[in-house]
Design a binder for this molecule. Structure first.
Ligand code: CU
Length: 126
């Protein structure tokens, strides 16, 4: 009887921790990226920016001059990767699609999605 009670208390404690974990995860800006990294290796590709859950990943990508950068749209809706300064515009990238741009100019280039202007990121060319 005592053992049964101990197990119930343990289960309640574990369930409480899971719930707490879920709560703190949803408010943490890092939870979604670490979660997708573990199960999704598209973000690990070099010189590739993955579009997941309405955001660019990584949000800041540094590449060498002359590098071709690919934007891979893993979302179910279209996005763009459009330079804030008009330096380049990927145009519409459909769900599952990708677009590559080669960068031969050194600099820091903030960009955004024209469909969802709150989606922003920066490309640094060295
Ligand atoms: Cu978008």
């Amino acid at each position: 009887m005592k053992d049964t009670l101990r197990w119930i208390l343990l289960l309640v404690a574990v369930a409480g921790q899971i719930e707490l974990g879920g709560c703190s995860n949803s408010s943490s800006p890092y939870s979604s990226s670490s979660g997708s990294n573990s199960g999704n290796n598209t973000t690990a590709k070099p010189n590739t920016v993955a579009l997941n859950n309405m955001s660019f990943g990584p949000s800041t990508l540094t590449v060498a001059k002359g590098t071709t950068v690919t934007w891979q749209n893993n979302d179910g809706i279209s996005h763009t990767a459009t330079s804030d300064l008009g330096t380049w515009d990927s145009g519409n990238i459909p769900p599952g699609g990708s677009k590559s741009v080669t960068f031969n100019t050194v600099g820091s280039f903030p960009y955004h999605c024209t469909v969802h202007p709150m989606m922003t990121a920066t490309l640094i060319v060295q």
